[in-house]
Design a protein around this ligand. Structure first.
Ligand code: 9Z6
Length: 361
């Protein structure tokens, strides 16, 4: 079992000057001003309607190795946890700001997107699907009978979220765009006080290439004299090795922003972070350590290998509760663990703000 570092050995948590330095030395997403106004209006609308707002972060952030990015380091996440949880928050009556990795899974469309659930597999041969404007000349595609009810259920929920404008999609790609958007939304959510909820399921990069060590052009693998990217000061550069050329990467730790979120950006909100480990022997320790370091309310721990079947709630009152779902038998529908996680989060959120039941459609 790997030795578990003490609090002191961990990279320092972000202090105000780290935050200042990071945001001053990185460029925000080009459209952040427009997105910030959309978030402001979204929050104001639902606050006026006495509807709670939750920020759900989802997907994995990237760390570019070149300014003109050809190569990047990615963090594992398909976006299933975030997209599925967002659906259950919407069903619980929350409005959702969905801060997600661009092109990762989205609420509702996740059932039919990506290669694992290709929408086209749900369609049968050409035939007439309906009358009036639905029926084009020569007939339309027909959803296979066995999928119709499920698809109609998803479609109804999707349309309800659109009609009620309860889902705001904010895409990011890099860890920098994620952090800028997280800070922007958090500042806007301050108006919600303790009713604000953060559900941080995104897989956030822990290391990055500082701008002053970033190669401008694609790092060259062969010898091109004077080619850009051979700068020896670059954090990622090709160097001679015992078995020929190798790529040497020297990254800095991303300032730990969770502390800034808790203490500065959203001081009154309920903040839930996910802790991802692969070694079961250190999961609980790392969850407790995160709570001690960041002083937020709840860490949901999960292992990469069993994340769809079990999670553990570790809260700041030292309670540790496992939630588990049985793995579906062959041919059976898998119970989504988020159908249990989100109601438990909502229960705890109710408790933290005095238990008022929330507005439902
Ligand atoms: C990524 C998964 C496993 C979901 O997978 P998909 O369903 O395939 O999307 C999610 O459940 C999770 O653990 N997310 C959190 C993963 C993560 O990076 N957590 C961070 C802490 S929260 S990120 C906060 C940041 N590092 C900071 O401290 O400022 C960690 O474990 O260290």
């Amino acid at each position: 079992m790997s030795s578990t570092p003490s609090l002191e050995e961990l990279p320092p948590i972000a202090q105000p000057d780290d935050e200042l330095q990071y945001f001053e030395t990185h460029a925000p997403p080009a459209n952040i001003a427009q997105l910030s106004l959309e978030v402001r209006d979204f929050i104001a609308h639902h606050h006026a309607a006495h509807r709670r707002v939750v920020l759900v972060s989802s997907g994995g952030t990237t760390v570019p190795l070149e300014n003109q990015t050809v190569r990047f380091i990615d963090n594992f996440s398909a976006g299933t946890r975030g997209a599925t949880s967002a659906e259950y928050f919407l069903e619980a009556g929350y409005a959702v700001v969905f801060l997600h990795r661009q092109f990762s899974l989205l609420p509702y469309s996740r059932h039919y997107s990506h290669s694992t659930n290709c929408f086209l597999d749900y369609l049968s041969e050409w035939g007439r699907i309906g009358e009036g404007e639905d029926a084009a000349e020569g007939g339309d595609v027909v959803v296979k009978q066995k999928y119709r009810q499920q698809m109609l259920d998803v479609l109804r929920k999707y349309r309800r979220a659109k009609e009620n404008k309860t889902l705001l999609l904010l895409p990011y790609t890099t860890v920098t765009s994620y952090l800028f958007l997280l800070r922007e939304v958090a500042m806007r959510m301050q108006v919600l006080g303790s009713e604000g909820l953060f559900y941080l399921a995104a897989a956030v990069s822990d290391f990055f290439v500082p701008p002053d060590r970033m190669a401008e052009h694609k790092i060259q693998s062969g010898d091109i004299p004077g080619a850009a990217g051979e700068d020896n000061h670059a954090a990622a550069a090709v160097a001679p090795g015992p078995r020929g050329k190798k790529l040497v990467i020297d990254l800095d730790p991303v300032p730990k922003f969770l502390n800034r979120l808790v203490e500065g950006w959203a001081p009154n909100a309920m903040i839930i972070s996910f802790k991802l480990e692969t070694d079961s022997a250190i999961l609980l320790y790392k969850c407790r350590q995160a709570l001690e370091r960041y002083n937020h309310q709840l860490v949901i721990g999960n292992l990469l290998s069993t994340r769809k079947f079990e999670v553990v709630f570790v809260d700041n009152k030292k309670n540790e509760n496992w939630i588990r779902v049985p793995e579906a038998k062959e041919g059976e529908e898998q119970l989504e663990i988020e159908s249990l996680i989100v109601p438990e989060v909502v229960r705890r959120h109710n408790q933290s703000i005095g238990g008022a039941s929330i507005h439902r459609f």
